[in-house]
Design a binder for this molecule. Structure first.
Ligand code: UD1
Ligand code: CA
Length: 465
């Protein structure tokens, strides 16, 4: 038994009013089309995925899947509708090589692998030639309506523009997902052009298969969110909201506390440990992983980062491609740029920016600092306003701060430079040379104090007034 999947993605998506092809639009930072492709991969026995592309979407889609060995491409020369798109897809398969063909639109990102698996299983056990996945929609207007015979079997699908007022009241609609047996595929050639739109509608295969005495079934689902098809920006937002709630509710079921499921945007695939608490307005993206018992306060965005257990991320902090080890605290108003590694129990505080640097155990940079291209040891104190001067306009240089160092406030460390173990740097110093272990380095100008200078300068003038 062999199964292939054909995903229709050549359409323009005119209703998006966009220069970007519809299915390339981003949903939680991934193109819409990647979701159905992932769902198909979860189905047992699918050995090939054909993506039907067109002139407008070709370049972008080929780029998205260039490293995916399961996905191949079929080119639809003219956008003549969904039936023509499927024929373009099958054209690359050396004619009926597969027993079953799973067909789906590329614009329905909430579809789950289990649902597709269930549809295929039903198709096979029912001995069907065509199985359509339908669902009950609270707002059916942008979908084809499923017409059933008095006995309950599916008769045909009528697209919204072709439906009568009476037919439009039907709320069972076509999801755009189908399974075909090998014997149904030749019927694609019998589909006539739709007079109103000048397109060949794949949906017409239902009535044609019925006329030819083939077994057609519509499997009706009730969770409409799973089948949201994105045609417009409003539907893109609907899909985003549905995906957000699905993820948020799953996380809560797994032991994560959310204070506001509506403003918490967590990308599917982000992992969060138990007893972590997430305040409103938090965004967690990409391959982010968060350990147990963390607290993430409001207005935090974390991208592609690993946060270990018991970390506190305080308000308005941005963390990108970084790692924060257990028990550390970051923020408020901190920025961890790519390559920051914050050690266990370390503290990164207000208005501190860290890039491509490692901070060791219990090290603290609590206020107003820039640490770039630095390796900072354990138990280091970095005073307020400390800056690593890592860039000379051409090259970047490294700063090494060894264990137990104390850097006084408002110091500049001009790299390349090393501050040896246990050394002190006096406040306000500009350090341009290595400081040996246990030494004190001071580079500020010695203070001059002139007693009674103010009186001498201003006393006569003050007396005048
Ligand atoms: C289609 C179905 C409708 C169903 C809905 C579910 C038809 C005629 N209608 O309508 O019954 O309720 O999906 O979301 O099939 N595409 C191509 N080439 C084309 C035209 C479309 O590849 O020439 C692709 C699009 O990129 C898209 C998919 O096919 O991914 C569906 O096309 P779309 O225009 O979105 O169809 P709907 O009007 O939503
Ligand atoms: Ca659609």
């Amino acid at each position: 038994m062999t199964t292939c999947a054909v995903i229709l993605a050549a359409g323009l998506g005119k209703r998006m009013k966009s220069a970007t092809p519809k299915v390339v639009h981003s949903l939680f930072n991934k193109p819409i089309v990647t979701y159905p492709v992932e769902a198909v991969k979860a189905v047992a026995g699918v050995s090939k995925i054909v993506l039907v592309i067109g002139r407008h979407s070709e370049e972008r889609l080929k780029d998205i899947f260039k490293e995916d060995p399961m996905v191949s491409f079929a080119y639809q020369t003219h956008l003549l509708g969904t039936a023509d798109a499927l024929k373009s897809g099958l054209g690359t398969l050396d004619g009926g090589q597969f027993d079953y063909t799973l067909v789906m639109t590329a614009d329905a990102p909430l579809i789950r692998g289990e649902t597709l698996q269930g549809l295929i299983d039903r198709h096979i056990t029912g001995g069907n030639a065509v199985t359509v996945l339908s669902f009950v929609s609270s707002n059916p207007s942008s979908y084809g309506r499923v017409m059933r015979n008095p006995g309950g079997t599916i008769k045909c699908i009528i697209e919204n523009p072709d439906a009568s007022d009476e037919e439009r009241k039907i709320n069972e609609v076509n999801s755009g997902i189908y399974v075909f047996s090998r014997d149904a595929l030749p019927l694609l050639d019998k589909i006539a052009v739709n007079a109103k739109k000048g397109e060949f509608y794949l949906t017409d295969i239902v009535s044609i298969a019925n006329e030819h005495g083939l077994k057609v079934e519509a499997q009706k689902m009730l969770d409409e969110d799973e089948f949201i098809g994105i045609n417009s920006r409003a539907e893109l937002l609907m899909a985003l909201n549905a995906m957000k709630l699905r993820t948020n509710r799953h996380l809560m079921a797994e032991g994560v506390t959310l204070m506001d499921e509506n403003t918490t945007l967590i990308s599917p695939g982000v992992a969060i440990g138990r007893d972590t608490i997430i305040y409103p307005n938090v965004i967690l993206e990409g391959k982010t992983q968060i350990g147990e018992g963390c607290v993430i306060y409001s207005n935090v965005r974390i991208v592609n980062s690993t946060i270990e257990a018991d970390v506190v991320v305080k308000d308005s902090t941005l963390i990108e491609d970084s790692a924060v080890q257990s028990g550390a605290a970051v923020g408020p108003f901190a920025h961890l740029r790519p390559g920051a590694v914050i050690g266990k129990k370390a503290k990164v505080g207000n208005f501190v920016e860290i890039k491509k640097s490692t901070l060791g155990y219990n090290t603290k940079a609590s206020h107003l600092s820039y640490i770039g291209d630095a390796s900072v040891g354990d138990n280091v104190n970095i005073g307020a306003g400390t800056i690593t001067c890592n860039y000379d306009g051409v090259n970047k240089f490294k700063t090494v701060i060894e264990d137990g160092v104390f850097i006084g406030s408002d110091s500049q460390l001009v790299a390349p430079v090393t501050i040896g173990k246990g050394a002190f740097v006096g406040a306000g110093s500009t350090i341009t040379q290595d400081v040996p272990s246990d030494a004190l380095a001071l580079s500020r100008v010695r203070q001059r104090t002139i007693l009674d200078w103010v009186k001498a300068k201003f006393s006569t003038e003050k007396h005048k007034t």
